[in-house]
Design a protein around this ligand. Structure first.
Ligand code: NI
Length: 255
């Protein structure tokens, strides 16, 4: 079944129909979802979702744009949440120079701290890197992220950068962007990368694939991404679904 490696079902965009939507996922072929923390409150909500739904797992982390909420007390709480039984990763963490707030020094400081939380928790990381290719890679090299492992979520750089991350042992998260008309660069990356390193993600409620681009996204849209991925890789859609599920279980060390 389809494995959505990156969703934000705690987002207020799902407040009106969250339970109904989640209850219908399995009948639509969605087997597993990892809900990703983007803030401390989002991580608390993620843990609650993992307790409520057997097929939901979670990642504990604070998105670079929200790192101004971190201090020693909130970081200690994040560490407690990371130790919850169904938390399978630390994320999403990284650098975001598109919004470029808070300042880069603070983003980098908490990126390092959260990478080291992953190391001490023995969990892989979910990396968010936007318009910050070089600094993300440099910092990950300095912190020896190849020993930690994880996924570059919503991979948005070119083939050269993909090679660097693949050499570090990382997976690439592929979502709705692949279906966009202007996604030539991403299609090249997908063609180039070994299939064993690709995982499916929505980043919902954001980044709905064509033909639903611009609408609220959910895991129900992943078959559109599967279809394009199958075409690029010359595989059947069933093989893409089974294979990316295996990849995701290996990424999140779910046995
Ligand atoms: Ni996300």
């Amino acid at each position: 079944m389809i494995f959505d490696t990156h969703a934000h079902y705690d987002d207020e965009a799902f407040d009106a129909d969250r339970d109904e939507l989640l209850a219908g996922l399995s009948a639509a072929g969605i087997g597993t979802v990892v809900n990703i923390g983007a803030s401390l409150a989002g991580t608390e909500a993620t843990v609650r979702l993992t307790q409520e739904y057997p097929f939901i797992y979670g990642a504990a982390g604070v998105h670079p744009s929200s790192t101004d909420e971190l201090d020693e007390a909130s970081f200690a709480r994040l560490r407690e949440l990371a130790a919850q039984p169904k938390i399978v990763a630390i994320g999403e963490i990284g650098l975001d120079y598109y919004w470029d707030e808070p300042d880069r020094k603070l983003q980098k400081y908490w990126f390092r701290r959260q990478l080291n939380l992953a190391r001490e928790s023995r969990l892989p990381v979910v990396i968010h890197s936007r318009d910050a290719a070089k600094d993300t890679l440099d910092l990950m090299r300095e912190e020896r992220a190849e020993e930690i492992g994880g996924v570059i979520h919503c991979f948005s750089y070119g083939k050269e950068m993909a090679r660097e991350y693949l050499e570090m042992g990382f997976y690439l998260g592929i979502g709705g962007v692949l279906t966009f008309k202007n996604a030539k660069k991403l299609a090249e990356v997908v063609a180039y990368a070994p299939f064993e390193r690709l995982v499916l993600e929505t980043d919902c409620p954001y980044l709905a694939p064509a033909p639903n681009r611009g609408k609220r996204n959910s895991s129900l849209n992943l078959p559109y991404v599967v279809a394009v991925l199958a075409q690029i890789k010359g595989m059947s859609e069933e093989a893409v679904i089974c294979g990316t599920e295996e990849n995701a279980r290996r990424l999140y060390r779910m046995g």
